[in-house]
Design a protein around this ligand. Structure first.
Ligand code: HEC
Ligand code: HEC
Ligand code: HEC
Ligand code: HEC
Ligand code: HEC
Length: 508
């Protein structure tokens, strides 16, 4: 595209004006305190605000933060709005209540009803029971509590990591388990971190039904911001561990320069995004705490991001093969298979925007004008509902042209995704037929291996939520491989059913 790559727009150009305005009002309303942010490496501009509420390490309630930052709070609350786009956004449909006489509730659209192939692909796994479209952050805790995957299958407390404000819950539980210090210690102090990790380990292994009683809010201000400085900070233990593992790999990550820099040091202290990442990296890492592929490791159900070899799908798969992980055994085919979950951070990492230094927040939380100042829009949502601010700051085309370009990318991805899904379903049916006809495990081994590869690739793009936009070329590469592996699986089956003759294995 002909546009000049531009860095994220500098914040608060009108800061001087605002300062004057605040100084004037502070002089008249003498009682109010003007709190100036402590100057902090990650922040280009200083953000003064009227300090009405005293925000601390235990202020979970976003309404308290809203007293100091009313516009941010308004945006945050609007994540409850439902507005849909062709492949994204949110749409809630009324469904029958759980019990007799219950009023209908609004639920996100069912992916299983929209695409019945998914019932075959996930057969034997909880995702074949209930699997819906995502919607805004305001719903994350309710939707998790309400899914049949939780109601019909036992789930661990580890599910809560990405669906609730859990910093304080983890720390409280850590202290109960013997971690040092108090809740008022800064989160990033030694004792604060000890509490957080101890609580993480304890809550992960709890039963979901018990663990969910420890929390009361979806993600809130405290999960992304330091209450003293308002700087972004990483609060999720699994991300801290995952990004450390990634730093230790040799996967090139040009879009995360602080990792490249850390790799050139003696590596005596582990990589820590909270001290090393620059502000632009933090504007993506804040989202990478949840919008990522994951699994629960071992009996302790430790939430783990599989980035030990790198962020690309092949490296994630290689890691799972090495540790011998399978999400479930497929009910029809008997293959040990993988399910991907929302790998937005991983796919974005392979795209031109990441490469050009464009962060998640640039598109999903663009600057918006509030009187004389600019703030980050806290109504996190589809950028296609806000093209003027999300895209046109960098791309000098009309809104309809930009939307057309996105639609071309998404339609191509959708067409390839359909082909890949059809191929996977064909393979599953053939393996099942061979199994029912008496084929041995050894005869089915190769075809099942191909199913695992094809299924994971197809699902990676199905579970990723941008329909290919975050990295169009990578999306089509993955789906091309998926269809090929599924068809190779059918060929392997055909050959294994032939009377024994030495034949070369098909190329992998
Ligand atoms: C260059 C802009 C851009 C960047 C950078 C970007 N996205 Fe997106 N994202 C989009 C577009 C466009 C869509 C498609 C929206 C649609 O179909 O309505 C999308 C879709 C999504 C969706 C689904 C939204 C919905 O309404 O269904 C999620 C979740 C998401 N992105 C998360 C992320 C995360 C996390 C990052 C960073 C790791 C990121 N995005 C980086 C532009 C971007
Ligand atoms: C604590 C975990 C967590 C963090 C941090 C997080 N998200 Fe989400 N996000 C979720 C969950 C869970 C959902 C789905 C909620 C549901 O469907 O009920 C979601 C949904 C979304 C959606 C879909 C909204 C819609 O209207 O359909 C977008 C877009 C999105 N997130 C982008 C982001 C971006 C950008 C960031 C970083 C600024 C971010 N998220 C940070 C967990 C998180
Ligand atoms: C690593 C973070 C993370 C963990 C752990 C996590 N989720 Fe989510 N979840 C998300 C994000 C991000 C979304 C929104 C994107 C999407 O729906 O693909 C989401 C969406 C959902 C949704 C709404 C869409 C759907 O799939 O029907 C449900 C329900 C849900 N999760 C349940 C669970 C359950 C149950 C667990 C534990 C087994 C769990 N989540 C663990 C991050 C996470
Ligand atoms: C999912 C993470 C997330 C949550 C939750 C969140 N924010 Fe933010 N916030 C961000 C990001 C990303 C930025 C941009 C930071 C930057 O550019 O350095 C930001 C910036 C800010 C800023 C700095 C000024 C600006 O507009 O850029 C303030 C103030 C702020 N948020 C207040 C809040 C308040 C109040 C809440 C709760 C109602 C909240 N935030 C919840 C991610 C979050
Ligand atoms: C902060 C600046 C910035 C923002 C915001 C931004 N882009 Fe981009 N976009 C870029 C850069 C830089 C490139 C790479 C162009 C180049 O270097 O030739 C790019 C490339 C693209 C491409 C070509 C993709 C490819 O893979 O070749 C499309 C399409 C695109 N952008 C659409 C969008 C849309 C839609 C949005 C809003 C959701 C958006 N961009 C937001 C800077 C931005």
């Amino acid at each position: 595209m002909p546009d000049e790559p531009r860095p994220a727009p500098a914040r608060s150009r009108a800061l001087g004006l605002w300062l004057t305005a605040i100084a004037a009002s502070a002089a008249t309303i003498g009682g109010l305190l003007l709190l100036q942010n402590i100057s902090e490496r990650k922040r280009e501009a200083q953000h003064p605000f009227l300090k009405i509420a005293d925000l601390t390490e235990t202020t979970i309630d976003p309404a308290e933060w809203g007293k100091n930052f009313p516009s941010h709070y308004d945006g945050y609350m609007r994540t409850a709005d439902n507005q849909s786009t062709r492949f994204g956004g949110s749409e809630a449909m009324p469904v029958r209540g759980g019990g007799a006489g219950e009023p209908p509730r609004a639920k996100a659209e069912s992916k299983l009803e929209a695409d019945p192939r998914l019932r075959t692909i996930f057969n034997g796994y909880a995702f074949a029971i209930d699997y819906r479209e995502r919607r805004g952050h305001a719903f994350m805790l309710d939707d998790q509590r309400d899914t049949e995957r939780v109601k019909q299958r036992p789930q661990p407390g580890a599910c809560l990591n990405c669906h609730a404000s859990n910093v304080v819950a983890f720390r409280e539980s850590g202290i109960k388990q013997g971690a040092p210090g108090t809740l008022q210690d800064p989160l990033n102090s030694e004792s604060g971190q000890a509490q957080l990790f101890k609580g993480f380990e304890h809550v992960n292994a709890m039963k979901y039904s018990d663990a969910t009683q420890l929390v009361s809010h979806p993600v809130t201000c405290l999960d992304c911001h330091d209450p003293a400085s308002m700087a972004l900070r990483i609060t999720k233990p699994a991300f801290l561990e995952g990004i450390r593992a990634l730093a230790g790999s040799d996967d090139p990550v040009p879009h995360l320069p602080s990792i490249a820099q850390w790799r050139r040091t003696s590596r005596a202290t582990p990589y820590d995004p909270n001290t090393l990442a620059n502000r632009q990296e933090m504007r993506s890492m804040a989202c990478g705490q949840c919008h990522v592929e994951y699994y629960f490791k071992g009996e302790q159900k430790r939430l783990t991001f599989p980035w030990h070899k790198g962020l690309k799908i092949d490296q994630i798969e290689a890691y799972y093969n090495e540790v011998g992980w399978a999400d479930w055994t497929h009910a029809d085919s008997g293959a040990k298979v993988l399910k991907a979950q929302h790998p937005e951070f991983e796919l974005w990492s392979q795209g031109i925007h990441a490469r050009s230094g464009v962060s998640c927040a640039d598109c999903h939380m663009p600057y918006t004008r509030q009187g004389a100042i600019k703030i980050s829009d806290h109504q996190v949502r589809s950028p296609l509902l806000n093209v003027a601010r999300a895209c046109q700051t960098c791309h000098n085309y009309t809104e309809s042209e930009i939307k057309d370009r996105v639609d071309i990318i998404q339609s191509r991805t959708k067409a390839q995704l359909d082909r890949a899904e059809i191929a996977v379903v064909d393979l599953i049916k053939d393996i099942k037929a061979a199994k029912d006809a008496g084929a041995t495990d050894e005869q089915l081994r190769e075809a099942r291996d191909f199913q695992r590869k094809a299924q994971f690739r197809t699902d990676f793009l199905n579970a990723e939520n941008s329909m290919g936009f975050h990295a169009p070329g990578e999306a089509l590469r993955i789906l091309g491989e998926a269809a090929d592996y599924a068809r190779q699986g059918q060929i392997a089956l055909f050959k294994s059913a032939q009377p024994r003759q030495p034949s070369p294995a098909p190329p992998r």
